[in-house]
Design a binder for this molecule. Structure first.
Ligand code: ARG
Length: 467
């Protein structure tokens, strides 16, 4: 879009010389804050309506501004309005284009407002929208996990502590752990939302305004549930952005842990899953390879989200009240956080839905070839009155001799069992069968199949309720 005015004309008559071109570029945020344009327009429309309602401008002028802003929005959507570097930022760009369209009345839009409360409003509107998107994406991800879990209630998988075989699990139980983690993410985002949902509009540059504005009315138009109590806090608070980056970081922690597991599971060493061609890549030199790029990228991208959280914290720690230009630096961190988390959620949802197949035979077989039923032998004796610690020591010895003999617990004869302790009966074989070992852990929240079925039910109804 042609633009005759130069940026310096934005400033008052106090300025005589133009900005050095390199400094203009350095100062400008239009390259990235264009992301806010629709929210900027919406915020300005509410501001214009408020100005008209309070009689600060006439009703007709208010109408003109609202319509003109809508036209800027349509031009932008149609690709006809592409503000460039000479615009400094999105706020100036919109105001200038508006004035080109509606004439002098456009110059009234900025009455009783500053870019400081304006940018704060835009950022909150943006984040409210993105939090809504993210929560929906988490719901989709959870429902994919639930579908997989439903199919794999009776599929067994080795459970680990210290990445050493510990006790066998229902695969559904394992997957449901991620449903719980992401449930907290979903809730946390809802909690952060409460603090994003506060309007700073009308805080002015820092001290409020001499005009008889109605902050509550403008906030209501924008769907904010509260307004900032204090104008200085209103223009300089970025707690909500930090809280969001923290919630986003935790989402990434959870996605990255699952990513790491998928990477392990897909390795030749584990062979628990097969990656489908749609979600794996090959090597340019080693023809046999199928690489888990998707989970690796998710794991890798987690670092940059953590980095943004750190950047925001450090950005804020030394800022005197109120607005400082440093605050312009919050945007790229926020935008990239949103984009990265959304991209990772989408990719992991596809991966878990259709990108991998659990090798159920291999999984069921894996739990048959280890000592992960050793606790159950100790439990068996303990249930027959042998003090648990004593039973534990006895079984430790059995494991040692079995390992030396190249045997598994299920290979011991009844005589051998009885030599260890007379309390062993023939039902020991049943007691240490992996399926039974899993089923028996029927305590609330445990991996027993009945528990897992109930947990699945609870998770499903939670999904429905909140939808
Ligand atoms: N582009 C600026 C930012 O993102 C807008 C606010 C500028 N305010 C100011 N007093 N220079 O923070």
């Amino acid at each position: 879009m042609g633009n005759a005015s130069s940026p310096q004309q934005t400033w008052s008559q106090r300025f005589e010389a133009a900005l050095h071109p390199a400094i203009a570029r350095f100062n400008a945020s239009i390259d990235f804050d264009i992301e806010l344009i629709e929210f900027d327009i919406t915020g300005s429309q509410a501001h214009a309506r408020m100005l008209a309602k309070t009689g600060i401008i006439s009703a007709a002028e208010g109408e003109q501004l609202v319509k003109g802003l809508e036209q800027v929005r349509q031009e932008y959507r149609a690709g006809q309005f592409n503000p460039g570097i000479d615009e400094e930022d999105v706020h100036f760009a919109v105001e200038r284009r508006l004035t080109e369209l509606v004439g002098d009345v456009g110059k009234k839009l900025h009455t009783a407002r500053s870019r400081n409360d304006q940018v704060g409003t835009d950022t909150r509107l943006y984040l409210r929208h993105q939090i809504g998107q993210l929560r929906q994406q988490i719901r989709e991800f959870q429902s994919v996990l639930l579908d997989q879990a439903t199919q794999h209630i009776e599929t067994l998988i080795p459970g680990y502590t210290h990445l050493q075989r510990a006790q066998p699990l229902s695969l559904a139980h394992h997957l449901l752990a991620y449903v719980e983690m992401t449930q907290r993410d979903w809730e946390r985002l809802g909690d952060v939302y409460k603090r994003v949902d506060i309007s700073p509009l009308g805080s002015g540059a820092l001290a409020g305004t001499t005009f008889p504005i109605d902050r509550h009315y403008a906030a209501e138009l924008l769907g904010f549930s509260r307004v900032y109590e204090n104008s200085l806090d209103g223009v300089s608070d970025r707690d909500f952005a930090i809280e969001f980056a923290c919630a986003a970081s935790l989402i990434m922690v959870h996605l990255s842990r699952l990513a790491e597991e998928v990477i392990l599971w897909a390795s030749e060493e584990f062979r628990f899953v097969t990656l489908k061609d749609s979600c794996a890549t090959g090597s340019s030199i080693m023809p046999q390879k199928k690489n888990p790029d998707v989970p690796e990228l998710v794991r890798g991208k987690t670092g940059r989200v953590f980095g943004h959280l750190q950047a925001l914290l450090v950005l804020m720690k030394g800022l005197p009240l109120a607005y400082n230009k440093d605050l312009q630096e919050d945007k790229e961190a926020l935008f990239d956080t949103v984009k990265t988390v959304q991209g990772c959620l989408e990719a992991m949802t596809i991966l878990m839905r259709e990108g991998l197949e659990f090798r159920t035979e291999r999984l069921n077989q894996a739990v048959n070839e280890d000592f992960s039923n050793a606790t159950d032998v100790a439990d068996y004796l303990a249930a027959k009155g042998v003090p648990f610690r004593e039973a534990y020591n006895l079984v430790g010895k059995v494991v040692k001799t079995s390992l030396a003999a190249g045997k598994l617990l299920k290979d011991l004869t009844l005589d051998e069992w009885k030599q260890i302790h007379p309390a062993f009966e023939v039902d020991i074989y049943e007691a240490i069968a992996p399926r039974r070992v899993v089923a028996a852990r029927n305590s609330f929240g445990g991996t027993g199949f009945d528990q897992v079925r109930q947990a699945l039910e609870r998770a499903r109804s939670r999904l429905k309720q909140d939808a």
